[in-house]
Design a binder for this molecule. Structure first.
Ligand code: 6LW
Length: 501
């Protein structure tokens, strides 16, 4: 995923793109981290690192329908919210909410790369953002947004006793994202408050027992960038981890708006890292900057994603996600060797369940190409925020067309004839020209690469309409291949960052 080497600083976010609500745990020298995935399948990306800076995606925890149902009636940005990952009693525990379907669920694994168990349902757990913590006598506490707490038998999913309200922050809206820890003499309750937009922040309280009473930190919020022009905004939804050398670290979500103030953020809520010092048994967080002071240990480059996926493996790499489901009969690398084949199933990108395989846009500026054979159908390359906000370039044999869908409006933007046969479709995503750069986050230029020339742009579209500030929701852009009619085959897909961030 990333290959940053030792230096005085390393880039933050440490896991760029739509990777919100990070939850982390360490086992020996290995760190593991999970994120929310909403309407995408497979769900809950699982990452591994040995240095907190370089992360490799091991897989997706929820990768089969018996674990994850995302029905088409469920709105986008519902689905999988805010997992907590912990290691206890020789196994990994993952607790999460499927909003709009099965509610709270618990999964276990001995290897975080999978397989993960089928779900244990938690009907008595009373809210989203569930957390797990065990006290010295083995009692398991489940804490949820609100903030309330209930004892849980994590093996059966049964709640023991009634949920009790506990500390709910300093008065900000939406107290959520609780994590409960025993650190030294105290139990700490870390939460987010202020909402996941510009008002977001992290607050903490401590008590002598896991149920409190909790005393609010005098310095709350211990982290927020609200009402600032800081390049990292919406900072909140955090988790804490201790490194083997005794130092403490926070992972949290933040966004990188562009296009003036308050700006637009387009690639979702990303995972950032910040150092933590303890002063008087309270955490002091920061600096949280786009260039993070490098940790004191050697950095270990992670296995990066190659620019090109040639679709030469029987299984798709874990970075590839689909919308709501990925039926093997519609999405396969087995039909034409070395190609990804998509069969349309009637739903277009304007609907909740298109036949689509994409990867998160992870860099503010990037270049994407794919070679499509549209001889038996119609399909293309899309940049998707949700079913009401997407741009795409679509091929039928001999013609390529660019479409834009913005809220209730859908329009054809440009169309050209091309030679019959396979064609390279592309999109260049980069800064808006200077005269507009204070009113728009970026520009998306869709075009074709013909055999006798370079990239020929057909249409350049303003990126703000594919931003969270316009579309709402909790996700970020996903760029990928889709089938609109019949069958289309993709030989390869290239994704290349075109600037450092
Ligand atoms: C999540 C909540 C939040 O459940 O947004 O930023 C919600 N934090 O804790 C969806 O990610």
């Amino acid at each position: 995923m990333s290959g940053h080497l030792a230096g005085s600083t390393v880039p933050n976010p440490v896991i760029p793109g739509f990777h919100p609500d990070p939850s982390i745990c360490r086992v020996g020298d290995d760190y593991y981290l999970v994120c929310s995935s909403f309407e995408y399948f497979p769900g809950i990306p699982v990452f591994h690192s040995r240095d907190l800076v370089n992360w490799t995606q091991l897989g997706n925890a929820l990768d089969r329908p018996s674990q994850l149902r995302l029905p088409r009636e469920m709105p986008s940005s519902a689905g999988i919210y805010a997992p907590t990952l912990r290691h206890h009693d020789g196994r990994f525990w993952l607790i999460v909410t499927n909003v709009g379907d099965s509610g709270n669920m618990l999964f276990t694994a001995t290897d975080p790369a999978g397989p993960w168990s089928d779900p244990v349902r938690l009907p008595g757990v009373p809210g989203i953002d569930p957390d797990l913590a065990w006290d010295e006598d083995g009692t398991c506490w489940c804490t949820v947004a609100g903030i309330s707490q209930v004892r849980l038998d994590p093996y059966t999913g049964e709640t023991l006793g009634e949920p009790e309200r506990t500390w709910s922050g300093t008065g900000g809206q939406a107290p959520e994202a609780p994590h409960l820890y025993r650190i030294g003499e105290y139990w700490y309750l870390l939460i987010a408050e202020g909402g996941t937009e510009r008002g977001h922040g992290v607050s903490i309280a401590r008590g002598r027992t896991p149920t409190g009473p909790f005393e609010s930190c005098p310095a709350n919020p211990v982290l927020t960038h609200r009402s600032t022009n800081h390049p990292i905004q919406n900072t909140g939804h955090a988790d804490l981890v201790q490194a083997p050398d005794g130092s403490w670290w926070m992972v949290l979500l933040g966004v990188r708006p562009r296009g003036g103030t308050p700006g637009w953020h387009v690639i979702g809520r990303e995972t950032f890292l910040a150092p933590v010092e303890w002063v008087d048994d309270w955490p002091v967080v920061g600096p949280l900057t786009p260039e993070l002071p490098a940790p004191a240990w050697p950095l270990i480059p992670a296995t990066g994603l190659p620019v090109r996926d040639d679709f030469d493996h029987a299984e798709l790499q874990p970075c590839w996600i689909s919308v709501r489901e990925r039926p093997a009969q519609l999405v396969t690398t087995k039909e034409r060797s070395g190609w990804l084949t998509l069969h349309a199933a009637g739903a277009s990108l304007d609907e909740p369940d298109p036949v689509f395989v994409g990867r998160r846009q992870q860099h503010l500026d990037c270049s994407v190409r794919t070679l499509i054979d549209p001889a038996e159908g119609r399909g293309g390359l899309a940049v998707r925020l949700d079913e009401r906000h997407h741009y795409e370039i679509e091929a039928v044999d001999g013609r390529v067309t660019v479409f834009a869908r913005i809220g209730p409006l859908r329009t054809e933007v440009a169309s050209i004839l091309v030679p019959a046969g396979p064609v390279v479709l592309g999109v260049e995503i980069g800064p808006h020209p200077p005269e507009d750069s204070r009113t728009a986050p970026d520009l998306l230029s869709f075009g074709v690469e013909l055999p006798d020339g370079g990239f020929t742009p057909l249409a350049s579209l303003d990126g703000r309409y594919l931003s969270t500030e316009v579309a709402g929701g909790f996700t970020g852009r996903v760029i990928g291949m889709y089938a609109a009619a019949g069958t289309v085959h993709f030989d390869w897909f290239d994704y290349e960052p075109t600037s450092a961030s």
